[in-house]
Design a protein around this ligand. Sequence first.
Ligand SMILES: [Zn+2]
Length: 80
Amino acid sequence: MSGPKAIIRSETWTITPDREPDAKPLTHKMRCDVCGDESGEDGSWEPPQSWALSHSGRNPSHHSYSEIITRPWRTFMPTP
Ligand SMILES: [Zn+2]
């Protein structure tokens, strides 16, 4: 017979963007969809966008980019 040997406890967890003081920062970066080259990560979207404009200037056939956003999340068990 298969199945769990013991059920410990059923809990409900919640997930939320992590805005605690020790949370990792939210960062943006751009990746060229043509060659895969990437900007650096930055807390602001402006430097990655400036990088994309410069990248197109150096590579005039590279017009497509993906923005990669890293957003910290955390889970917690709400207190009843
Ligand atoms: Zn490129």
